[in-house]
Design a binder for this molecule. Structure first.
Ligand SMILES: *Cc1c(COP(=O)(O)O)cnc(C)c1O
Length: 375
C-alpha cells in the first residue's frame, strides 16, 4: 500500500467532469484575472459562511498580511498569537514591523490558552490572532471577551478550520473565521477547501475594513492609477476560483469523510494508553484538517520509520514551536518558556486524513501503529 497524507487525485477524479468544464469555461473566455468566476466564488463563499464580505487573495499568508495592513497598526504595536502554529501566522506580524507576542497553548486542544493570552496583554497590544489549529476552533467566547475588555482586534487564522461551526455559550452558532473582526483562510491544495494552486480569502462583516482590504490587495488603489496607500498585489486567479466554486458545495461532505476517518482512528486507539487521541472542545466541531495524536512514551522516530516502511505517510505538525525557530529567536522567550507547546512539539504525530480513505486503508494504518506501539 501507499497511503498519502492527502489524496488529491482521488478527490479530483470524483469531481473531474464538473471541474474540467469550469476550467474550460475560463479558458474559452480568457478572463484569467478577476473573471466572473472570482466574484461568483466569493459570493458563494460569503453565503456559505454567513458573512457580509469575502475578499479573495493570492494565498493564506497574504490574507493575514492584508488583514493587518488594513488596520491602524504601527510598527512596535504588539500582536498576540500562539507559539504552536504554522510560521505564516507570526511571519506577517514580523514582516510588517509589528511585534509578535507568543503565548502557550492548552494541552488538550492544542489551541491558544486564553488565560496565557490575558496575561500577555500590555498597553502596546493591538490585536490577537487565534489559530483554529488542525480543524477545531479556539475558545472564541473567552478570546472575544478579552478583546472587548481591552479594545483589541481579533484576526482569526482560519486556514485549517474552514467549515467548522462554533457554538457560543448563549447558543449562537457561527462559522469559524466569521467571529472576530477579520477571518483569513488558505486554499492551498491540501487544505480542506483546496485549489489546484495557491489561493486565499479574507472575511469580515465590517464594511469599512472590507473596503480598506479591497484597496490593499489592489496596490493601494481606489481609482485606477491613483494610489492612496501602499498596498500589495494579491489576487485569486479565475481558474482557481472556478475550481473552488465546484468544490465548495462539497465542503460539508468533505468534513464528514474526514470525521469518519478520525472516528475510526479514535475507536482503534481508544484502549491504548500510549496514544492520546485528539480531543474536541464542546464549543466547536472539528473538520480534521489534520488528525494529530500525542504519543505517550513512544519512540516517535521509530514509529515514523515503521509506518513509512509500510508505505504509510506521516508527519509532525509542528516539530519546533515558533519561539524556538532560528529566525524568531528572541531574548523574551528562552527554552522552557512555553512548556506545553514544547512538550507537544516533541510528542505529536499526524496520520493520513483526507476525503478518500477506505476502511481497508484505515485498518492497515491503525494495525501498523498498534503493532509498533504495543511491541
Ligand atoms: C496553510 C496555513 C497558512 C498559510 O496559507 P498559505 O496559503 O500557504 O499561504 C497560514 N496559517 C496556517 C495555520 C496554515 O495552516
Amino acid at each position: 500500500m501507499n497511503i498519502p497524507m492527502v489524496d488529491l487525485q482521488g478527490q479530483y477524479r470524483k469531481l473531474k467532469t464538473e471541474i474540467d468544464s469550469e476550467i474550460q469555461k475560463v479558458l474559452d473566455s480568457s478572463t484569467y484575472i478577476n473573471g466572473p468566476a472570482v466574484n461568483e466564488f466569493a459570493a458563494d463563499l460569503a453565503k456559505y459562511l454567513g458573512v457580509k464580505h469575502v475578499i479573495p487573495c493570492a494565498n493564506g499568508t497574504d490574507a493575514l498580511q492584508v488583514a493587518m495592513m488594513a488596520l491602524d497598526l504601527k510598527p512596535g504595536d504588539e500582536v498576540i498569537t500562539t507559539t504552536f502554529t504554522f510560521i505564516a501566522t507570526a511571519e506577517v506580524i514580523a514582516l510588517l514591523g509589528l511585534t509578535p507576542v507568543l503565548v502557550d497553548v492548552l494541552e488538550d486542544t492544542m489551541n491558544i490558552d486564553p488565560a496565557a493570552l490575558r496575561k500577555a496583554i500590555t498597553p502596546k497590544t493591538k490585536a490577537i490572532v487565534p489559530v483554529h489549529l488542525f480543524g477545531q476552533c479556539a475558545n472564541m467566547d473567552e478570546i472575544m471577551a478579552i478583546a472587548e475588555e481591552h479594545n483589541l482586534y481579533v484576526i482569526e487564522d482560519n486556514a485549517q478550520a474552514i467549515g467548522a461551526n462554533y457554538t457560543f455559550k448563549n447558543g449562537t452558532v457561527k462559522k469559524a473565521g466569521t467571529i472576530g473582526h477579520i477571518g483569513c483562510t488558505s486554499f492551498f491544495p491540501s487544505k480542506n477547501l483546496g485549489a489546484y494552486g495557491d489561493g486565499g480569502a479574507i472575511f469580515t462583516n465590517d464594511d469599512k475594513m472590507a473596503e480598506q482590504m479591497r484597496v490593499v490587495v489592489n496596490h493601494g488603489m481606489k481609482v485606477r492609477y491613483y494610489h492612496d496607500y501602499v498596498g500589495i498585489n494579491s489576487r485569486l486567479d479565475s481558474i482557481q476560483a472556478a475550481i473552488l466554486k465546484v468544490k465548495l458545495p462539497h465542503l460539508d461532505d468533505f468534513a464528514k469523510a474526514r470525521n469518519y476517518a478520525a472516528n475510526y482512528y479514535n475507536t482503534a486507539f481508544a484502549s491504548c494508553e500510549k496514544i492520546i487521541t485528539p480531543i474536541t472542545a464542546d464549543f466547536t466541531d472539528h473538520v480534521f484538517h489534520q488528525y494529530t495524536l500525542v504519543l505517550n512514551q513512544v519512540d516517535r522516530e521509530g514509529l515514523q520509520k515503521h509506518l513509512s516502511d509500510k508505505g504509510i505517510s506521516n508527519a509532525v505538525y509542528y516539530p519546533v514551536p515558533l519561539h524556538q525557530q532560528k529566525a524568531y529567536r528572541d531574548e523574551r522567550y528562552q527554552d522552557g518558556a512555553f512548556p506545553v507547546a514544547e512538550k507537544l512539539a516533541a510528542n505529536v504525530m499526524s496520520l493520513p486524513i483526507h476525503t478518500e480513505l477506505t476502511d481497508e486503508q484505515l485498518k492497515f494504518i491503525t494495525d501498523a501503529v498498534l503493532e509498533f506501539v504495543n511491541k
